[in-house]
Design a protein around this ligand. Sequence first.
Ligand code: GLY
Length: 631
Amino acid sequence: MRSAARCGLRWAASLLAPLALLACALPAATDRTPGVPAQAQRGGGPAPQGVVSVSHPLAAEAGAQMLEAGGNAIDAAAAIQFALNVVEPQASGIGGGGFMMIHLAATGETFVVDSRERAPAAATPDMFAPGGVPLPFAVASTSGLAVGVPGTLAGVATALRNWGTMSLARTLAPAIELAERGFRVNRFLAADIAADGGRTSLQPETAAIFRPGGAPLAEGDWLRQPELAKTFRLIAARGPDVFYRGEIAAAIVEAQKRSRTTPAAAGVGRMTLADLDAYRVAIRQPLVGRYRGVTVVGMPPPSSGGLALLQMLAMLERFPIGDVRQGFGFGAPNTLHAMVEAMRLAFADRAVWMGDEDFVPVPKRGLLHPSYVASRAQRIDLARRMAAPAAGDPLPFDGGASKGPLRETAIAADAQEGAHTTHFSVVDRWGNVVAYTSTIENTWGSGITVPGYGFLLNNELTDFNFLPVRDPATGNPGANDVAPFKRPRSSMAPTMLFKDGRPFAAFGSPGGPTIINTVLNVTLNLIDHNMTIEQAIDAPRVSVTSAAGTVSCEGPAPLHTPRIPLAAQDHLRALGHPGLGALGTDGCTATIGSVQAVIIDLQTGRQYGGADWRREGTVIALPRLRPGRGA
Ligand code: GLY
């Protein structure tokens, strides 16, 4: 996406030719940038030199160090990702994949570095359902069969080489130090070890790190990872080749022959050295939509994140979501009901039409066509819950012919998707922005640590359909069926918001399919409910991730403010929405996502961050204030 106006060149223009700024249609003084903190300074003070917002303070520190040393947002993102591999190893790392959305201030371009894992050459559509019987998720996801060819290292290296200013070795340095010296286990890592579904004890190398002597690490324990430090040193010295073609590649291939059972009930991994050698990053154009005058830039396939988000926003734009006088507003029954219905419609489409478009045509134009979206949105009735919607038929709106209505039976049930992953956001002093969501899929991924190298392998391939559903007779394209070299459909949704061609917000979330709904909730909070970024993150979220699924919502107060009122919950129950428990009780008890965001005030150029208490979210804004000179 290229910024429409010269305002997209704002930072570069202001350095080179101050008069160029006059060509920009600056917003009126009263036109507040959504999300800017209420107490924000309206000018004065030192010029902003960048902000990082990350789910762990030590990884945030790694990114801030790069910015302070003169690096740009891409350098900082690289250092943060490597550091997260050390301090939040259960969520992301070089054994996984992700999507890095980048906005370059100098050119106004916005694009995505796609480092999503790929299926090996030997993958088959039925590999998770031998004999037509789907494997239990717990079995499949902890077998090497689920391990996709990892992309994170290739993605970070590609981004650094093309748009960064620092070497791979420089950005690895903080992670090496953290892994070698160690750090204190925080309560989130301790909780994830304690409630690991057995994943940290299945394989001896994983247990040795996170359950030394058989006891799970607890909050406050010191964790050193010398093998991971050695791996990072090796990569720093020899580059990504050692991972994709050298000794680490050989170790990965060996490791993914593991399974939780012997003999392997699920079969074992099919990845070869040739698969690692053949791994390629893709640079993708983002999806671009409009919502109430704001340009929303979202994640394209192989993620469903941007498509579903833009569909939901387009369906909700016909309702006065932010207007209390018209019976809407935050937490109002109408607002919640409309959101839930839009989610159910988008997820019905997602189940059938969204997947890796390098392999299956995804009717993006049709799915986002105003007439198609309007036909879907008209099914939202504020007085009743719709019967479980099937996927629609976007093909006539996509330049294709209708293949007739899809039969319900042809719609794939979502395989169970993990709740973890991580998201961080960065803006630098020049106005380059990164929104990066990355993952090893489930918390702890496959549970397999590469022996001798100290990093976890993903179980990303369980994001594919377990049972192939391609069926020309019903029109189901099998968009997310397994195929060799294909990327599994993701829900990851790094997102940026623009006004007048200039980015003012970047955010995203972990949480499997709930990611899309978390990003929707935050977007509405910013644009419709006029919240600051911290309010938008703190506020309780609502989510449903399939057409027939149960609704979950967050609570109770005071952690989540404002709370979702009991009367609103009862209204949803009365309409027939399942999942909220008995009338009169507080059914909002979930925890959904973890959003790390940066905000740029379009009026003053000042930069802010918002971080999520649902993890140890940390914002570091530069220059750092000296102790004793204010908060
Ligand atoms: N594995 C999480 C996602 O890609 O959505």
